[in-house]
Design a protein around this ligand. Structure first.
Ligand code: AMP
Ligand code: GLY
Length: 425
């Protein structure tokens, strides 16, 4: 089977590493890839949203499967582009139709969907220019803190948690009246703040059945103790210590199953990963957000713990036979620690030489997140640079191993959080 994987981050490196282990993998291409991905396939100089370029490449290289790593091509309709083109129809795309990708692409759509299918989520209202004044009154009477979310994709910056009514009203005005996040904030979801611990659950759905993948917890803030600005993710662990069998049974019953059934009932085509951003309130799961792809850096701990052949899962998905699959998880704990460029998530420099990246072993692999090859050198090429994943019999040992390697890798401006997994130590 020839595969084209779209993306260039740590998630895509981990997916490439996983798929390359499958006996069904003949040729793997990664577009555009990074300095780590050529260990498992061939990098291709194509942008993830250049659908015509992707089409030409798929035809001339006899691609049998397309795996978009990020939401961008899915939200832009890559699934439908393939499904509607006679030259591409035979190629399965792992991901939802454009209609299904609204679970991630529109917060208002996701909230309405959850309401329709009785899926637990924070109470909310939706506002735009049309009911702007009503929103002012709603916010002024709302309990604190207040969560405001731009409806559309805003590079992970569209969520504001306001501690005061003044702050919430200012944000609200800026989002709707001054288009703070462009088109994305023409509509705003105002919702109740939930208190609890967060985690991520992942399903692969074939439109009728699903399998659950290992759960994970990511660490989004730049600073230790979960302080400072939000990032694309500073580390992750799997499994999640508090997500025991009883809690995961609730997640399946109250969240996963009604989501898969709800999509089918509404005629929304969805054959791919569903990422459930959850918060545990008391002992119950609530959905904070949906994503229509795997998480990053969660994939860097989920894939190493998934013992099934990923391409077998995709084949079962294509045949709508995921009900015949049993997922097996590596009993070991996994941790990943992200090395980032100094200054990230604000301005940072690129092009610093990286040294000391160890070769993969049975219990550790360094996934590249933002790197590029330059002759024989590896240079930094993004805010998030490397994800150091370790596996061990317990989480503390996995974290200690990731930290030791984090210290032994060098590049100018290197920073990382030393407290990933701190709640569980
Ligand atoms: P999102 O961009 O939807 O992932 O939201 C970013 C972060 O905001 C989440 O990971 C949560 O930490 C926080 N958040 C979003 N919605 C809520 C909520 N209703 N209550 C508490 N925290 C929230
Ligand atoms: N780790 C969160 C995300 O991938 O959106």
């Amino acid at each position: 089977m020839n595969i084209l994987l779209l993306g260039s981050g740590g998630r895509e490196h981990a997916l490439a590493w996983k798929m390359a282990q499958s006996p069904s993998c003949s040729k793997l291409f990664i577009a555009p890839g990074n300095a780590g991905t050529p260990a498992y396939g061939e990098n291709v100089n194509l942008s993830v949203s250049d659908f015509e370029g992707i089409k030409a490449f798929c035809i001339s290289n006899k691609i049998d499967l397309l795996l978009p790593g990020s939401e961008e091509p899915l939200v832009k309709g890559v699934f439908d582009f393939f499904a509607n083109d006679p030259a591409l129809q035979h190629i399965p795309v792992i991901g939802p139709s454009q209609s299904g990708a609204r679970l991630e692409g529109s917060k208002a759509f996701a909230k309405e969907f959850m309401l329709r299918h009785n899926i637990p989520t924070a109470a909310y209202r939706e506002f735009s220019d049309a009911n702007f004044e009503e929103g002012l009154a709603y916010i002024s009477a709302h309990a604190l803190p207040i969560v405001l979310k731009a409806d559309g994709l805003a590079l992970g910056k569209g969520v504001v948690i306001a501690a005061t009514h003044e702050e919430a009203l200012t944000e609200y005005r800026e989002m709707i009246k001054s288009a703070k996040f462009g088109e994305a904030s023409r509509k705003v979801v105002v919702e109740q703040f939930l208190t609890g611990i967060e985690m991520s659950a992942f399903a692969l759905s074939d439109g009728k059945n699903y399998v659950l993948l290992p759960s994970a917890k990511d660490y989004k803030r730049i600073g230790e103790g979960d302080t400072g600005l939000n990032t694309g993710g500073m580390g992750a662990i799997s499994p999640v210590p508090f997500a025991d069998a009883a809690f995961m049974a609730k997640v399946e019953e109250q969240v996963v199953r009604p989501t898969v059934k709800g999509l089918a009932a509404e005629g929304i085509v969805y054959h791919g990963f569903i990422f459930f951003g959850l918060i545990m309130v008391g002992n119950d799961p609530f959905v904070i957000e949906y994503n229509c792809r795997m998480g990053d850096p969660e994939t860097e701990v989920v894939m190493p713990r998934l013992q099934n052949d990923l391409l077998e899962l995709f084949a079962a998905m294509k045949g709508q036979q995921l009900d015949q699959i049993t997922v097996t998880e590596d009993p070991r704990a996994a941790s990943t620690i992200m090395l980032v460029s100094g200054g990230y998530p604000e301005a940072y420099e690129k092009g610093k030489e990286i040294t000391g990246i160890p070769a993969p072993t049975a219990d550790q692999i360094v996934f590249h997140a933002g790197t590029k090859a330059d002759g024989g050198k590896v240079l930094t090429n993004g805010g998030r640079v490397l994800a150091i994943t370790s596996l061990a019999s317990d989480l503390q040992q996995a974290l200690a191993h990731s930290k030791a390697t984090a210290d032994s890798i060098s590049f100018g401006g290197k920073y990382y959080r030393r407290d990933i997994g701190y709640e569980f130590s």
